[in-house]
Design a protein around this ligand. Structure first.
Ligand SMILES: Cc1ncc(COP(=O)(O)O)c(C=O)c1O
Length: 384
């Protein structure tokens, strides 16, 4: 793609950076599946590739597209969002202090509190939405990483990335942001001061609920980034070639999908915010919602496709509502074309911050009126 043209990210994503195969003139890339590469006769590897666990050409274009969309120096694909996220923590050393949010993706929180702590990281959970709580918790010279997730699962609370990054950097800590829910369409954390961005590529980047993938993006190609890439290569948390190709294909429609899901989520949130069977709607796009003013500054063009509703009548009514949906699908995950509903406390179990009456909604790209009508009838039937 011509770098002289000031292209909008929509155009970059739609053409996957405008790549053309010089040999065949193909406009979509082939899928490279080779696990190994030929060594030159003089014993060199001038191709720059030795073995696909470290250097897979199937990753090049997807990584270049994501790095460009996030305005980062480089990106690296991983086998899953969890593989990408845990790599960031594994790049630290036992004894290092890290701050993580009290409200965050449940599996990562579990890994931090069990595995990472056991391995020697000192993990402290804070209210990441409160800069004063972060300021009180950072230990200058000792805190190596502040992990942010915004909007955060499953309450969709919003963290001010710029304010948190200023506090973290003053203490000598790096800032990593799980930006899975916002996607680069709505927030570019590096522009707000983050050092690393993480995505579960499984969700909006791919967008079709047909692969598991993760990605990290770095502001700088520095020693920490090289360590992250070594962790990927050495621990072998690498994505398959076909999955990398699918991810690239999915990203061509990223902007359309995220904008559509955000518009529908806003409409659904507003519709159910004043509803006889709904106790509360949690969505950063609602005036008065937690972090709405920060979200207005930090998110551009919408507030995302994720929201939660708290159903009147408690846990039983929430589970019954999920049982009665038709168009919505009862499944975990998010960011696909199809809308999903799940009783989050059942997934997260003991210690979850998710209230028992909460249903997590991932809004897809179906007609918003159809989604509202389906949820309406499910709520009505659940209340008997
Ligand atoms: C916000 C967030 N981060 C990370 C992950 C982990 O991604 P993966 O399932 O690809 O490992 C998820 C998965 O649900 C997620 O929702």
């Amino acid at each position: 793609m011509d770098d002289a043209l000031p292209l909008r990210p929509d155009s970059i994503a739609a053409q996957a950076l405008g790549w053309i195969d010089e040999k065949t003139r193909a406009i979509t890339p082939p899928i490279h599946v080779s696990s190994t590469y030929l060594r030159d006769t003089d014993n060199q590897y001038r191709s720059g590739r030795v073995y696909a666990r470290a250097d897979n050409p199937a990753f090049d274009q997807a990584e270049a597209v994501i790095a460009r969309l996030e305005q980062g120096a480089q990106a690296a694909l991983f086998a899953s969002g969890m593989a990408a996220a845990t790599a960031v923590f594994q790049a630290l050393a036992p004894g290092d202090h890290v701050l993580a949010p009290q409200v965050m993706y449940w599996s990562l929180r579990n890994w931090l509190m069990n595995f990472a702590t056991h391995w020697g990281l000192v993990v402290e959970l804070v209210d990441m939405t409160d800069p004063e709580a972060v300021r009180a918790a950072v230990r200058p010279g000792k805190t190596r990483l502040v992990w942010i997730e915004t909007p955060a699962n499953p309450l969709w609370t919003v963290t001010d990335i710029a304010a948190t990054a200023a506090i973290a950097h003053a203490a000598g800590a790096l800032v990593a942001v799980d930006s899975t829910v916002a996607s680069p369409v709505l927030t570019r954390p590096l522009e707000h001061g983050a050092d690393i961005v993480m995505h579960a590529g499984t969700k909006y980047l791919n967008g079709h609920s047909d692969l598991i993938a993760g990605v990290l993006v770095t502001r700088n190609d520095d020693a920490f980034w090289q360590r992250l890439k070594s962790i990927r290569a050495q621990l072998g948390a690498t994505l398959g070639s076909f999955e990398a190709w699918l991810l690239l294909r999915g990203m061509r429609t990223l902007y359309l999908r995220v904008r559509c899901a955000s518009q529908s989520a806003q409409r659904i949130a507003e519709h159910f915010a004043r509803h006889e069977h709904v106790e509360a709607v949690l969505y950063p796009g609602l005036p008065g919602a937690h972090g709405h003013e920060i979200a207005k500054r930090q998110m551009q063009g919408g507030f995302g496709g994720m929201l939660s509703i708290r159903v009147k009548g408690g846990e039983a009514a929430a589970i019954a509502t999920a049982a009665h949906v038709g168009l919505w699908k009862r499944a975990t995950s998010l960011g696909g074309t199809e809308s999903l509903v799940e009783h989050r406390a059942s997934v997260e179990g003991a210690g979850t911050p998710a209230p028992a009456d909460l249903l997590r909604l991932s809004v897809g790209i179906e007609d918003a009126g159809d989604l509202i009508a389906d949820l309406e009838q499910a709520l009505r039937r659940a209340q008997g």
